[in-house]
Ligand binder design. Structure first.
Ligand code: IVH
Length: 672
């Protein structure tokens, strides 16, 4: 028999669905609050435990961040298309692989937020993960529960809710909420979020779920990933069912019989997306039929049955109010334009890098200039043009500083490079950047160690080098501004967890000049440990395939001058000092017989959707070798967007060049 409490819960769920999912409220907010209050009172008056799917249980206890869990199957990313030709190429490939069988496409808006996976067991929401790196996500169940459009319990319909259901979707922050949150953040002395996506990600990964609850996050579910015992034949029927179970799917999803119709849909949204209350950065095109999706399969990174057809970069005009100079971890001085805030592709832009002194001179950029700013997808906004005809005469040419703005040491200019440097190794600005690099995602991955915390740690002399991080305790940390005990505890936990980082990531994290991810991997592959690398002679380092004399010297010098730091890290119990890495080069090189096996590659420039580290892993897993400099021994250069000197060198040496598209094609070829 349903109790009064059960009835009330069902009624509240019904109204939540009407309000947050269908956007068709039937009662006022005040009446809704009365119902919720009544339920809370009834629950408080009984001894019966409150089930986690009760509408009163959206804000629970403190969320535990940092629990990384493996996804049931990888949350893949999407390959991108940027124009009609690339869309056609996608369709041609689909047709070719499906041997010209008729194909129906589904188009959806590509929501610019944060990918998540939601698990329902017996209809109750039990676990939520972020996409993370695709393989492992971070548990954010408590924070997802606060999102009103995430049903805590699904509705039974004629298609029974499967006992275990995993759906995937995008959490986002509506456009008009960003400004509001940023005004509040600034008043609290915090940095504003650059765009809605960052705001959504930041809000979902907060330690305090009650703050997440105060952010009006929303969700669109776009994939049924796993439905035990239930089979659908098409993506559209799965979406229809998910909707009937109470999940929120985007209403602008359409199916098409031809790729021309897909192009029409795209063109419609190029215009109309500006009227949507949320950010979209393209259209996702999917093959509708599940058995065809299955036949097309996936690469390790992308499904072959879907593509993201991205909207073009957008431009905006604004004014340069000032030019500031920032000091990087290697001492390079980078000029940054401080802009009159302008909205561009959904983000409020307040600054843009001007790269270096030469760039300012070449474009004749002055303080007070009106400029054209461009931003494409994730890329940092850049100044594409100075509107010189708008000049009033009040603009001031910029004088590059002769002294480091952080430590006042005279800067150094050399003929060899455009960069201007601060050569003071004790410069605090450099130390701060080195710590940020050490903690970054591809290095030691210490979550929660952001710029504001690093500033305080260095300024208060709690940290004088990266090894000092391992001596930090909750007590002084929690006294830092905007920290508090839960965040301090989490940070200490994250720092502790980073002790398990493998040697190549630590080597990369040390920020040695010329040692990027690939070089670090090559060195550890050869020497297996930092200690062995530290003992190696210059000749031994240089003899590693892919390591040139400049890199070898830089590494050799680093180990000569930084023994105290390395000793301190060893004493801090970083595991890679005691556990040697395993060499798997020989195994891998004979493991597969693919286009890549036995060949040597260099990867340069940016490959849309894949980092160079990921590209290297793909090559290595197919038996190829990746080196960092182009020599006569290089078999192929893989050149992405913005390839520079390596490209020129490859042309000079007549080394074959693969574009990003060629490379992705090769990756898709099956290994024998
Ligand atoms: S489908 C294997 N559909 O875009 C299928 N993704 O750049 C992968 N995204 O990681 C996802 N809107 O987080 C799909 N309607 C939509 C989407 C969408 C946004 C995100 C998703 C994905 C990223 C790829």
């Amino acid at each position: 028999m349903r109790t009064e409490i059960d009835e009330l819960r069902a009624l509240i769920r019904y109204h939540e669905h009407k309000y947050y999912i269908e956007n068709l409220p039937e009662i006022s907010d005040a009446d809704f609050d009365v119902l919720l209050k009544e339920l809370k009172e009834l629950e408080a008056a009984t001894d019966v435990p409150i089930p986690p799917d009760s509408p009163t249980q959206r804000v629970g206890g403190g969320a535990e961040l940092g629990t990384r869990l493996q996804h049931r199957n990888p949350m893949l990313s999407l390959n991108n298309s940027y124009d009609e030709n690339e869309l056609r190429e996608f369709a041609e490939r689909v047709q070719r692989l499906l041997e010209d069988a008729p194909v129906e496409y589904v188009t959806e808006l590509k929501i610019d937020g944060l990918g998540v996976s939601l698990i329902y067991e017996n209809g109750v929401f039990t676990q939520g993960l972020t996409r993370g790196d695709g393989e492992y996500g971070e548990e954010v169940t408590d924070n997802l529960r606060t999102i009103r459009s995430v049903p805590l319990r699904l509705v039974e319909t004629k298609t029974a809710v499967p006992p275990v259901l995993e759906v995937r979707g995008e959490v986002f922050l509506p456009k008009d909420c960003l400004d509001e949150i940023n005004v509040q953040r600034k008043s609290e002395g915090e940095l504003p979020f650059a765009n809605s996506r960052n705001a959504a990600a930041g809000s979902l990964r907060l330690l305090d779920a009650s703050i997440t609850a105060s952010r009006p996050l929303d969700i669109f579910v776009y994939t049924l990933n796993h439905a035990e015992g239930t089979e659908f034949t098409t993506h559209t029927t799965s979406l229809e069912n998910m909707k009937t179970w109470g999940l929120k799917c985007n209403p602008h999803t359409t199916s098409h019989k031809s790729i021309e119709a897909v192009q029409d849909y795209y063109e419609r949204w190029v215009e109309e997306r500006h009227d949507l209350p949320y950010e979209t950065d393209g259209v996702v095109v999917k093959v509708n039929n599940f058995s065809q999706q299955h036949e097309l399969g996936t690469t390790s990174k992308y499904p072959r049955w879907a593509v993201a057809y991205k909207f073009n970069a957008q431009q905006a005009i604004t004014t340069i109010e000032n030019i500031e100079v920032q000091v990087g971890r290697t001492g390079v001085l980078t000029p940054v334009a401080i802009l009159k805030p302008v909205t561009l592709a959904g983000a409020t832009i307040t600054n843009a890098t001007l790269h270096n002194e030469q760039e300012i001179q070449a474009k004749d950029i002055r303080i007070g200039d009106r400029i054209v700013l461009e931003r494409a997808g994730d890329v940092i906004p850049k100044v594409v043009e100075v509107l010189t005809t708008n000049r009033t005469g009040d603009e001031t040419p910029f004088e590059f500083p002769e002294r480091c703005p952080a430590c006042d040491t005279p800067v150094q200019r050399t003929e060899k490079e455009v960069a201007v440097r601060c050569v003071n190794v004790a410069c605090v600005a450099q130390l701060k950047r080195r710590i940020a690099h050490f903690a970054s995602r591809n290095a030691l991955q210490i979550e929660g160690l952001g710029p504001a915390t690093i500033d305080q740690l260095v300024d208060k002399a709690l940290v004088r080098d990266v090894a000092d991080l391992y001596a930090l305790e909750v007590e002084p940390l929690s006294e830092l501004e905007r920290m508090g005990v839960p965040s301090a505890r989490n940070l200490v936990r994250q720092i502790d967890r980073s002790k398990e980082t493998p040697a190549e990531k630590l080597l990369f994290g040390l920020g040695i000049f010329h040692v990027g991810e690939t070089v670090a991997e090559l060195l550890i592959e050869r020497f297996l440990s930092l200690d062995a690398l530290g003992r190696a002679t210059l000749e031994e380092i240089e003899s590693v395939n892919g390591i040139g004399p400049q890199i070898a010297e830089s590494v050799f010098d680093f180990f000569r001058h930084n023994q105290p730091l390395l000793d301190k890290l060893r004493a801090a119990d970083l595991h890679c000092f005691t556990v040697a890495a395993e060499s798997n080069w020989t195994e891998m090189s004979i493991a597969t017989d693919s286009f890549f096996s036995g060949k040597t590659f260099v990867v340069t420039g940016s490959l849309e959707g894949m980092t160079r580290g990921e590209a290297s892993n793909e090559i290595k897993s197919r038996g190829g070798r990746v080196t960092s400099s182009v020599t006569s021994k290089t078999d192929y250069l893989i050149a992405g967007e913005g390839a520079g000197s390596k490209y020129t060198k490859a042309v000079e040496l007549d080394i074959p060049i693969l574009t990003a598209v060629d490379f992705f094609e090769k990756l898709q070829q099956p290994t024998k």
